[in-house]
Design a protein around this ligand. Structure first.
Ligand SMILES: NC(=O)c1ccc[n+]([C@@H]2O[C@H](COP(=O)([O-])OP(=O)(O)OC[C@H]3O[C@@H](n4cnc5c(N)ncnc54)[C@H](O)[C@@H]3O)[C@@H](O)[C@H]2O)c1
Ligand SMILES: [Zn+2]
Ligand SMILES: [Zn+2]
Length: 369
C-alpha cells in the first residue's frame, strides 16, 4: 500500500467554480478501507455547502452519496477485502457506542465526521501544491479514492450496477426510510411529500411500496411532479399554481397521516404541518439555510389533533441492513432507480452539476468516474 495521487474538485469559496486540484489520499488506518469510487450522486446537501446556504469550512472535498470497489484495507479489517463492491454510508458512525449497537447509527454519540474523517479527527487528504490538509464533507465521495471506516463501507452484491447503487448512499435511503422507518406508514395511510427531488421522489417510492393511498406529490417543478407520478404518486400539486392546503383537503378532507418535508424550506415545512390530519406527523428531511426559524402554533398545530413533527436523518435507517434490502427491492423490480438517473457528469463537471441542480428539474444527477 502507498498513498495515491488524484485530481479532484475542491470547494475553495462559496458559489465559486470548484478548481480541479492534485490531492494525495493516504493509506487506510488499521480500521479503515480505501475505496475506488465508481459513481457519486449529486445531493442538495452538498449544494447547500457550495452555495453558502450552509456554513462550510474550506478547502473541502464534497460528496455524500456514492459507491465503488474496495482498493485496500487497513491491517485490522476482517470484514472486507480488496475487490468487494460497497456503498458508502455518510454517517461514518463509530459502530461501538450504545446507539450504534442498538441499530440506531443516526444517533451515534461519536463526534460529527463532517470536516474530518474517522474518529481521530485527522484528515486523509493533502493538497499536493500547498502541503496543507483538504477537509472531507463526510465521506467526500467526489474524490476518486476515499478512505472511510470499514463500518461505513457496506458490502453489496456484485451484480448490482454501481451507478444505481451510488444513489442508495443518500437520496434513496433517506427518502424511502423517512416513510418506512420514521413515519412508519402503513397500507392505506395517506402520505404527502413536499419537495419531490432526489430525496422526495424516494419518499414517493417508499409510500408506494408500503401501499399508502393517496400519495400526494407537491413540488414547484412540473417535471418533478411528472416523475413523481411515474414513481407512484396518485395526485400532484404545484404550489406555484394553486393553494397547496386547499388542494390537499379536497383530496383528503381531514388531512394526511404523514407529510414528508423533503426540501430545505420553512414555508414548505409549514405547508406540511398545515395539511396534517389528526394524529398526523410531519417528517423533516430538508435542511433550510443556517439560522432559519419556523414558527408553529402549539394549540393549532400540535395539541389539537395530537399532531407532531420529527426529524429524520438518513431516513432513520441502519445502512448496514437497509442498503442490501433496497438493492433486493431494486433487483426484484419493486424499487425504480433507473428512472431517477436523469443526468450524468464527468468529475471536472461537478460545478456544472450543482448549477443544474440549483435550477431544479427532475431526478438525480450522477458523477461517473
Ligand atoms: N435528512 C437527511 O438525512 C438528508 C439527506 C439528504 C438530503 N437532505 C436534504 O433534503 C433536501 C432535499 O434534497 P434533494 O437532494 O432531494 O434536493 P433537490 O434539489 O433534488 O429537490 C428539492 C425539490 O424541492 C422542490 N421545491 C423547491 N421549493 C419548493 C417548495 N417551496 N415547495 C415544494 N417543492 C419545492 C424543487 O423543485 C425540487 O424538486 C435538501 O435540503 C438536503 O440537504 C437531508
Ligand atoms: Zn445527501
Ligand atoms: Zn456510535
Amino acid at each position: 500500500m502507498a498513498s495515491l495521487l488524484m485530481e479532484v474538485p475542491v470547494l475553495v469559496a462559496a458559489n465559486t467554480p470548484m478548481p480541479m486540484k492534485k490531492v494525495e489520499v493516504s493509506d487506510p488506518a488499521p480500521h479503515e478501507v480505501r475505496v475506488k469510487m465508481a459513481a457519486s450522486g449529486v445531493c442538495h446537501s452538498c449544494l447547500h455547502a457550495y452555495d453558502g446556504s450552509h456554513e462550510t469550512p474550506m478547502p473541502m472535498i464534497l460528496g455524500d452519496e456514492g459507491a465503488g470497489v474496495v482498493e485496500s484495507v487497513g491491517s485490522a479489517v476482517t470484514t472486507l477485502v480488496p475487490g468487494d463492491h460497497v456503498i458508502i454510508s455518510w454517517l461514518l458512525n463509530c459502530g461501538t457506542c450504545a446507539q450504534c449497537l442498538r441499530g440506531k447509527p443516526a444517533y451515534c454519540y461519536g463526534p460529527s465526521p463532517f470536516g474530518a474523517i474517522g474518529f481521530d479527527n485527522t484528515g486523509r487528504f493533502t493538497d499536493v501544491e500547498t502541503g496543507k490538509p483538504v477537509l472531507h464533507y463526510g465521506p467526500a465521495t467526489y474524490a476518486p479514492y476515499v478512505v472511510v471506516p470499514a463500518t461505513s463501507a457496506i458490502k453489496i452484491r456484485k451484480d448490482m450496477p454501481l451507478e444505481k447503487a451510488a444513489l442508495i448512499g443518500c437520496s434513496v435511503t433517506t427518502g424511502f426510510g423517512a416513510v418506512t422507518n420514521a413515519a412508519a406508514a402503513r397500507p392505506g395511510d395517506s402520505v404527502a411529500v413536499v419537495g419531490c427531488g432526489g430525496v422526495g421522489l424516494n419518499s414517493i417510492q417508499g409510500a408506494r411500496v408500503v401501499g399508502a393511498n393517496p400519495i400526494i406529490a407537491i413540488d414547484t417543478s412540473d417535471a418533478a411532479l411528472e416523475m413523481a407520478v411515474k414513481l407512484g404518486a396518485t395526485h400532484t400539486i404545484n404550489p406555484k399554481k394553486v393553494d397547496v392546503e386547499k388542494e390537499v383537503f379536497k383530496i383528503v378532507p381531514h388531512g394526511v397521516d404523514h407529510a414528508i418535508g423533503a426540501v430545505g424550506s420553512v414555508p414548505a415545512f409549514l405547508n406540511g404541518m398545515n395539511i396534517l390530519g389528526p394524529g398526523g406527523t410531519l417528517i423533516i428531511l430538508g435542511a433550510p439555510g443556517n439560522g432559519d426559524k419556523m414558527t408553529i402554533d402549539p394549540i393549532f398545530h400540535v395539541l389539537r389533533g395530537e399532531r407532531g413533527m420529527r426529524g429524520s436523518k438518513y431516513g432513520s435507517a441502519n445502512p448496514a441492513t437497509e442498503f442490501p434490502m433496497l438493492i433486493e427491492l431494486y433487483m426484484a423490480g419493486k424499487l425504480d432507480l433507473d428512472s431517477l438517473l436523469t443526468a450524468s457528469y464527468s468529475l471536472d463537471e461537478a460545478t456544472k452539476a450543482f448549477e443544474v441542480l440549483a435550477k431544479g428539474g427532475a431526478g438525480r444527477g450522477l458523477i461517473k468516474f
